[in-house]
Ligand binder design. Sequence first.
Ligand SMILES: [Ca+2]
Ligand SMILES: [Ca+2]
Length: 122
Amino acid sequence: MDMVVVYSDGLVVWKKNEDGIYTDMGELLYIYGGISQAFVFHVDSDEYHDIAVLGSNNTLRIYTNSSGRFSVDGYPVCVNSQIPPNPPFVKGSEAMQMNQYSQRFIRDMDKDKRDDLVLHTT
Ligand SMILES: [Ca+2]
Ligand SMILES: [Ca+2]
């Protein structure tokens, strides 16, 4: 399994696993403003893992990966709690503050090959 290394200054690099030896494959992304947390997941149903970044401003952005190339600016995520049955995360014109959620998990809850965002408030 390969490794994605996230630096708090905003740099995201890919380390390729070659029989247990990790080779630096270079910079995947550089997020202006810094990163407090990042998740590797599938936002779409292609075979390429995407990256969600929780920025230092507590907003979540998605950077999609298409054939190994990441979107430059990504897009902000907002959680629309008004759409039943479960609050989906949707592309938002303005990023939503995520600091109200004490825990965040990414799993494919409905097995549609697109990961979902599970949020917990206290
Ligand atoms: Ca993808
Ligand atoms: Ca899903």
